[in-house]
Design a protein around this ligand. Structure first.
Ligand SMILES: NC(=O)c1ccc[n+]([C@@H]2O[C@H](COP(=O)([O-])OP(=O)(O)OC[C@H]3O[C@@H](n4cnc5c(N)ncnc54)[C@H](O)[C@@H]3O)[C@@H](O)[C@H]2O)c1
Length: 304
């Protein structure tokens, strides 16, 4: 094993680490020398109830091979408490893997405010609260690694997952901005959209497929993105069953209309093929790539 992928002296918080992907991440960080806060609320896949069993089980697994870990039973909605456990026990926080999750799948027509709020609170608010509590420590020490967990449902949309898609793509929005705000402070922030056989997929995939989609195929990507030498930041990756891929935006060249003339819906309709033509597409990578064509169409220099 390369030394640079070790996490000795590093403190790692993994949320939702009592099962599935989070458990796999926590075990691997601990095997690589990290001191790990194993957070898990221990409720149902739909967000009901709570229990200390899930987190305690993984802490015991880590201790069984001589690793160091403590449990946190807090909901990610109380992210400051989770980070406080890292500080109280290990005196620092280097890596946060925001992974906790539940599902409340239902068509948008039948979705209740409770379905919407619960998913928002666990995924979006939870990711924010844990990250917000870790952020000042990372700024202060000028070092941090954060991996946030999105989903293909957020990237592409998925029937019955309006609440979840909204939260999951929002999480990537957060990652992209924190990647910029953390850039000069040694903080790298990335997003993964995993596929893994866990209880969250139990109702939609057959048992043998669930067993084949091991979380252990996703964890090495998380470890790599959280390693000290990793320079990656602001990225979005899909991963599952040994397949790992990076995503980026693609944009058509677009149509440019004379800003001195009136622009009507009919004019746009006439140029619609050009608006949607990917033949001369580009890959915008920052907000400056939006202002570029806007200012160039006005014929003025982009303000620095
Ligand atoms: N499994 C997949 O194919 C898949 C696909 C896309 C995204 N994801 C995402 O990956 C993450 C992990 O999912 P998984 O498949 O391992 O599911 P899982 O149900 O096996 O694990 C999620 C864990 O999070 C915990 N949790 C739930 N709410 C919590 C809260 N408020 N605070 C703290 N812990 C909480 C649960 O108790 C559970 O142990 C989730 O964010 C999920 O949305 C999974």
């Amino acid at each position: 094993m390369s030394n640079t992928m070790r996490f000795d002296e590093r403190v790692v918080v993994v949320t939702g680490a009592g099962a599935g992907l989070g458990r796999s991440h926590a075990l691997e960080f601990a095997r690589r020398g990290a001191r790990v806060v194993v957070n898990d609320l221990g409720g149902s896949a739909h967000g009901a109830g709570k229990s200390s069993e899930a987190a305690d089980g993984v802490v015991a697994e880590i201790q069984s091979f001589g690793g160091e870990a403590v449990a946190s039973y807090d909901s990610v909605e109380d992210g400051d408490r989770i980070i406080q456990i890292a500080i109280d026990n290990f005196d620092r926080i280097d890596v946060v893997v925001n992974n906790a999750g539940i599902l409340r799948d239902v068509s948008f027509a039948k979705m209740t405010d409770v379905d919407w709020d619960l998913i928002y609170r666990v995924h979006a608010l939870g990711t924010y609260k844990v990250t917000k509590a870790a952020w000042p420590h990372m700024l202060e020490q000028e070092y941090g690694r954060i991996v946030n967990t999105a989903s293909a449902a957020g990237i592409y949309g998925n029937f019955g997952q309006a609440n979840y898609s909204f939260a999951k793509l929002g999480i990537h929005g957060l990652s992209q901005t924190l990647a910029l705000e953390g850039a000069r402070k040694g903080i790298k922030v990335n997003t993964i959209a995993p596929v893994a056989g866990s209880r969250l997929l139990e109702s939609i995939l057959p048992k043998e497929v669930i067993e084949a989609l091991k979380p252990e195929f996703v964890t090495p990507l998380v470890v790599k993105l959280c390693s000290e030498q990793s320079e990656e930041t602001g990225g979005l990756y899909e991963a599952g069953a040994g397949w790992i891929s990076k995503l980026r935006w693609e944009r058509t060249r677009g149509a440019f209309f004379d800003p001195k003339s009136e622009l009507t819906a009919q004019t746009i309709e006439k140029a619609w093929d050009q608006v949607c033509d990917f033949a001369e597409s580009s890959h915008p990578a920052g907000i400056q790539d939006t202002f570029g064509p806007v200012f160039s169409n006005l014929g003025i220099e982009m303000p620095q």
